[in-house]
Design a protein around this ligand. Structure first.
Ligand SMILES: C[S@@+](CC[C@H](N)C(=O)[O-])C[C@H]1O[C@@H](n2cnc3c(N)ncnc32)[C@H](O)[C@@H]1O
Length: 236
């Protein structure tokens, strides 16, 4: 384990030093670089809920950001829908793939390799922010920092959409269990009540539902085990 920096925790950013005692479970760069496993989110089709929300006019085609964009399937959809899109991911390999898929699709997306915690988000910039399966991979101590960052990056009338493991797809461990065991699951499974309690400090829920399962040929991504949540920022 790398040496823990000897500095006090004064800001939420300082609390990042807790990552050293509870590292990420998944090494995302190796995950994409190995390219052996083909989980469903490696197909270039957008989430059904994202398409539904756009078609229902729940958010407008302005500035959008895809947080943990992977191969960029949702970012590419947003660009096709007329948004100016920033798309951020830790993995260089995933972003290379995303760039080539965006080129094939003939759309322009501002892809950024890096962590959302290392400053790529500009305050008050986005009309729409999207998290397709990122939050459930974050260590519990990072969640409030993350939600605060996303809220700050949204315009006051912006909207935040998310998909997140429920307790059937993710490991339904309580925060204290994770720290007691000293090991991050490969994805935390959240009950509706728990996720609502977490989100309510930062966002007002507009819609909270399960993702709708899609057929192979639908052109949309939708599987069991994910919540689809649409929110607007709350300021205290
Ligand atoms: C389950 S994948 C989802 C990918 C994509 N959103 C999709 O739905 O196809 C989670 C993604 O989050 C990225 N990720 C994890 N932590 C991150 C961080 N701190 N900053 C940026 N990306 C991150 C990973 O590299 C991975 O691509």
């Amino acid at each position: 384990m790398p040496a823990i920096p000897r500095k006090p925790i004064h800001t939420v950013g300082d609390a990042e030093l807790l990552n050293m005692s509870l590292p990420h479970k998944i090494d995302w760069e190796s995950f994409y670089a190995r390219g052996k496993r083909t989980p469903p989110f490696l197909r270039n089709i957008p989430d059904e809920n994202l398409v539904e929300w756009f078609e229902q006019g729940r958010f407008k085609p302005g500035n959008a950001v895809d947080l943990g964009c992977g191969i960029g399937r949702n970012a590419i959809y947003l660009a096709k829908a007329g948004c100016r899109v920033d798309a951020i991911d830790l993995s260089e390999t995933a972003i290379e793939k995303a760039r080539s898929l965006a080129n094939e699709a003939g759309v322009s997306v501002n892809f950024i390799v890096g962590s959302i915690f290392d400053g790529p988000l500009t305050e008050n910039r986005y009309d729409f922010a999207y998290d397709g399966g990122l939050l459930h991979h974050l260590q519990p101590h990072r969640r409030p920092y993350y939600l605060d960052l996303v809220r700050g990056a949204l315009k006051p009338d912006g909207v935040f959409g998310m998909t997140c493991f429920d307790t059937s797809a993710g490991v339904p461990k309580e925060d204290w269990e994770i720290y007691e065991e000293g090991s991050m699951p490969s994805g935390i499974g959240y009950s509706e009540a728990r996720l609502r309690r977490i989100l309510q400090h930062f966002f007002e829920i507009i819609e909270f539902r399960s993702m709708k399962v899609q057929s192979e040929d639908s052109g949309l991504f939708g599987m069991e085990g994910l919540w689809a949540i649409l929110m607007s920022p709350l300021y205290s």
